[in-house]
Design a binder for this molecule. Structure first.
Ligand code: AMP
Length: 419
């Protein structure tokens, strides 16, 4: 011991260690495969962006931008932030690359870290991961329905169960301002009953009160005017079409009028994937249509719809359902004696080049110790290399699943494992 103090990870930021990291990699691979099958391509954007991007792209009145961003001034006096979400960066990259000029429809998915300085608790971290998609171009309700159906498909494929899909329409530039006035009038007359955040945001963003988790606000909302009754004809038609498309795709959903995205450029469809299994952090993912965002970030009018899933919350649900990380090792090499040690790499390298996972201990420890390690690594077979076998140009291959054992000539080992 040197006596030096240990350095710990930043509060709310968590290491993803093996064997869990194998389950993460599996889920990522499924995301890549499934989203690709809908024509989506991966996009990787920087983790650090100009703070202005999020102020405009996420909204200055959102809690995320108001109080949760990791913001700093760099040596060149640029005000930068760690990204708190993915959509603004994707739209920035879409504009900066000029993709909007050449591709009428762009489909992107991303997987990566996000940063919000929230109070850490179960299902809520300061560094967390999201898997998200953005579909830029189509304003068709079929696009909204497909994003929802694809998310449901993905969650089902990875084994996440008991997730409800809650959808709503929050109107558009035409109908929402009028609704907001009615809502504001109602909320103002109950101002004393609202929580501090809702009171403060009342003028800029009255719809935020609709999804406030505070009991007192929920109570005021009960008697508030309903957006559903104030949608314009085109928003109503759009919402009806989204619902019809989901029904025809056999995707179950419920309408929840308290699902809102309180920012100006979010419009029409808003949705959440929720669960009862994670306590107060009940959203596994969410998304919606944001036809005004590309313009807000300096581009032309382009429609868009997207969603983001919280990776940690998906993993918590999988864990709760007993899904375990896949085994890492296919084969384990057990070496007995120096001659075996000298031969080891020449025996296992050809197998690895065939794509077979081979683990070992790097030293000829006791047979018992190596077998214990093989078991821990989840190996299904071991190759035992000892002096007697080597003298005959052989190794023993033992199947740990049924205990059977065969001698295999070293020069036939690749054929044996490819059978
Ligand atoms: P949002 O971008 O706020 O709509 O979040 C999308 C999803 O990301 C949520 O439904 C959560 O699953 C996840 N998420 C958001 N914030 C956090 C956090 N602080 N820690 C863990 N997961 C989060």
């Amino acid at each position: 011991m040197t006596g030096k103090s240990k350095i710990q990870a930043v509060r709310g930021m968590v290491d993803i260690m093996p064997p869990n990291s194998r389950l993460w990699a599996d889920v990522e691979a499924r995301a890549r495969a499934i989203f690709s099958s809908y024509g989506y391509s991966e996009i990787r954007t920087p983790i650090v962006e100009p703070t202005e991007l999020f102020a405009r792209g996420v909204g200055e009145t959102s809690s995320v931008v108001e109080k949760e961003m990791y913001t700093f001034v760099d040596q060149g006096d640029n005000t930068l932030s760690l990204r708190p979400e993915g959509t603004a960066s994707v739209v920035r990259a879409y504009l900066e690359s000029g993709a909007f000029n050449t591709e009428p429809i762009c489909r992107y998915f991303y997987i990566g870290q996000m940063f919000r300085r929230e109070r850490p608790q179960k299902g809520r971290q300061r560094q967390f991961h999201q898997i998200g998609v953005e579909l830029l171009g189509p304003d068709s309700p079929l696009a909204d329905a497909e994003v929802i159906a694809m998310t449901a498909h993905f969650l089902e494929a990875i084994g996440v169960k008991d997730v409800a899909i809650e959808i709503n329409s929050i109107g558009c530039k035409e109908c929402r301002p009028k609704y907001n006035e009615l809502l504001l009038a109602h909320l103002s007359s109950h101002k004393d009953s609202l929580c501090g955040d809702c009171t403060r945001r009342l003028d800029k963003n009255p719809m935020r009160t609709l999804d406030c988790k505070q009991e007192r606000c929920a109570h005021v909302v009960l008697s508030a005017p309903r957006m559903a009754e104030h949608l314009c004809d085109s928003c109503r038609t759009h919402f009806d079409s989204v619902k019809a498309a989901l029904v025809s795709a056999k995707v179950d959903f419920i309408v929840n009028e308290r699902i809102v995205r309180g920012l100006d450029y979010y419009m029409r469809t808003a949705f959440e994937f929720t669960t009862q299994k994670l306590g107060s952090q009940n959203a596994v993912g969410g998304g919606g249509r944001y036809d005004g965002l590309v313009e807000e970030l300096g581009g032309p009018h382009v429609a868009g719809v997207g969603m983001a899933l919280g990776f940690e919350r998906m993993m918590m649900l999988l864990e709760a359902d007993g899904v375990v990380p896949p085994h890492g090792g296919g084969v384990f090499l057990v070496m007995l004696g120096e001659a075996a040690q000298n031969m080891a790499l020449s025996i296992i390298q050809p197998l690895r080049k065939m794509g077979i996972t081979v683990e070992w201990d790097y030293a000829a420890k006791s047979m018992k110790a190596q077998m214990r390690h093989a078991d821990k690594a989840g190996a299904s077979r071991v190759i035992i290399v000892g002096d007697d076998e080597l003298a005959k140009g052989e190794v023993m291959v033992k199947d740990l699943r049924d205990g059977s054992q065969v001698a295999v000539k070293i020069d036939k080992l690749e054929a044996h494992f490819s059978a």
